[in-house]
Write a protein that binds this ligand. Structure first.
Ligand code: FES
Length: 237
């Protein structure tokens, strides 16, 4: 094993450039460990984000050798070749604030545009709603509910890259979970919100979101479900 990693890290904003560093290689080293070493030992002003270090928060997502990943859950050994080369950049399709930190506001604004907020039918004075555990809708909602908003799918989606107004896989997956939540009352309004030109119909079913999601969620399937429901709603008028 090469004992030193040659690491190129994006520095600056949109107009920045890659800068090269040499980082000692360790056993079981993650890409986040590499970034942290650079920040603590070589470049104290390197900007990047992380919180949990255990794949819970999603804030450490970056582009590693061209692929969007959670850096805390990516072992260096998995992504470097024999030459020990590593290239770390901010997530694609999001404005770069500085170095490896991106501005996530546009990403979350799209969740709001897709009506990604639960709107219940009951008040707190009523009993809890019962959701049939074995129902088809429950299964569909459960399949997408574990999304933590890390934007790996968004950064991996070619349509987002071409059409910045496209809602993207994460917001649409959120809409799909809510459309299938029998306790929610904003279904028709939400379908209208995602059926527009920049919504579910813009998806080309390329499947990069599903391929790269670290939580093994399949936004492609949810988006296909939204297309079906939106189509049916349009026919019904
Ligand atoms: Fe929380 Fe990586 S630091 S998922």
């Amino acid at each position: 094993m090469t004992r030193a990693l040659r690491v190129r890290v994006w520095r600056g904003g949109r107009e920045g450039a890659f800068q090269a560093y040499e980082v000692p290689r360790q056993d079981s080293q993650t890409v986040l460990d590499v970034v942290t070493y650079i920040q603590r030992v070589l470049e104290p002003d390197l900007a990047y984000r992380f919180a949990c270090r255990v794949g819970m928060c999603g804030s450490c997502a970056m582009t590693v050798n061209g692929v969007a990943r959670w850096t805390c859950r990516t072992h260096v050994a998995k992504v470097v070749g024999d030459g020990g080369r590593l290239e770390i950049a901010p997530l694609a399709h999001l404005p770069v604030i500085k170095d490896l930190a991106t501005d996530m506001s546009g990403f979350f604004d799209k969740w709001a545009r897709a009506k990604g907020r639960f709107e219940g039918t009951r008040t707190r004075h009523e009993d809890f709603a019962t959701v049939e555990p074995a129902s088809k809708q429950r299964a569909a909602a459960d399949a997408g509910i574990e999304c933590i908003g890390c934007a790996v799918c968004y950064a991996s989606c070619d349509v987002v890259g071409r059409r910045p107004d496209y809602l993207g896989p994460a917001a649409l997956n959120r809409a799909w979970t809510l459309v299938n939540d029998v306790r929610d009352r904003a279904g028709s309004e939400r379908l209208r919100a995602v059926a527009g030109d920049a919504g579910c119909h813009a998806c080309h079913t390329q499947g990069s979101c599903t391929e790269h999601c670290p939580k093994q969620i399949a936004p492609t399937a949810g988006i296909a479900g939204l297309k079906r429901l939106a189509g049916r709603a349009a026919i019904k008028g």
